[in-house]
Write a protein that binds this ligand. Sequence first.
Ligand SMILES: *Cc1c(COP(=O)(O)O)cnc(C)c1O
Length: 437
Amino acid sequence: MAETASVHSFHYSGRDLFCEDVSLAALAKKHGTPLYVYSQATLTGHFTKLDKALAPLPHLVCFAMKSNSNLAVIRTLADLGSGFDTVSAGEIQRVIAAGGDPRKCVFAGVGKTEEEITFALRQDIYSFNVESEAELKRISKVAVKLKKIAPVAVRVNPNVDAGTHAKITTGTYDNKFGIAFEQIGDVYARAAKLPNLRLRGLQMHIGSQLTDVTPFRKAVEKVVPLVTELNARHGFDFFSIGGGIGIVYDPALASGEAKWWKTPEGKKVLTPQIYADALVPLLKPLGLRILLEPGRFITGNAGVLVTRVEFIKKTGKKNFVIVDAAMNDLIRPAFYDSYHEIVPLTKKGGALVSSDVVGPICESGDFFAKDRPLAKVGEGDHLALLSAGAYGSVMGSTYNSRPLAAEVLVHGKKSAVVRRRQPVADIWRDEALTPWQ
Ligand SMILES: *Cc1c(COP(=O)(O)O)cnc(C)c1O
């Protein structure tokens, strides 16, 4: 299958940047900035590409909603038949609030509380992805109390290095996730003796932002024999191979055509078809339902953060572009040293200027780009930080008493506010003075 199609729906028409058929400058004018804008066509396109590539297998794509949990995003994916990978009772409640089906939710995370387990059991979720033996015991205890059978899958740590950033590598023995490969058989044997558990499958997730299929293939190759053995013993329904499919963050949109499938050096990156071609032959003989937990792959390129230039400040050799978005709106550069392509909403001619794009927060970590060749911009111009749809607004905070940004979803010519800009007084709404003040 040729995968040359552009990968997201942000493009220039004339000099102006559009999301689908809507001008981003018009949205910025109408809703103010900082403003997250999401493309429904991109969300749908990515989900569908992956879903189709996996068609040779019985499967369920469980969107990892921690990457973007806006109700309208959840609803878009729920309407396509997506399940959800959740990490808290709050996320399961969000699925319900969006009109999704909790029976298509898996519940992951190393620290599930009794209250969360109780809630999830009452909602008849598809499976708990269990991270420790203590958690198996806790789930069993709660299930006995509720007179329910809890579906569980243990997360195996295959000890395969995903080779990504240390903060997003999860599949080696240096981190807190899952149970060591060598111990899994014994853990299942003990779990089988606990009351009210149904050993429904096995789960793994080796890390995030993988742009090469090799670690996925290695992990699946290593774990498939274990799944076969455990399935024979316990009668599984599914094997979850986790999420982690990476995206390209620097696709040179400026060239006029989004080259999402290629790095700037022209190297082809991970596509749903490459992923499926490598993994389907390994997984098919299992005869099990395969679960996937993609987050970033679905939402990453589907969103941008629009921001306004407040000041240009020149100090020494540096040209600082001070914008009205900050690390509280998008923390990825500060947190993971992430790269986001930055483009003007209205294309400019002239030479590029090496610029540091920074926010107004009193932290030197509050930057979006350093020494970046950027079109010359001035006060009042607008910029878009691309590929901000995953781990963007969901990691937003009100640090510096800055309200959470507004979010808009675009669908063709239509656009709708899917989160209004937080009114500033809401930031301290739940605070109080003491009785002695
Ligand atoms: C974060 C996470 C995912 C999603 O990761 P992406 O890189 O966004 O695809 C999937 N599964 C688990 C268990 C996770 O923790």
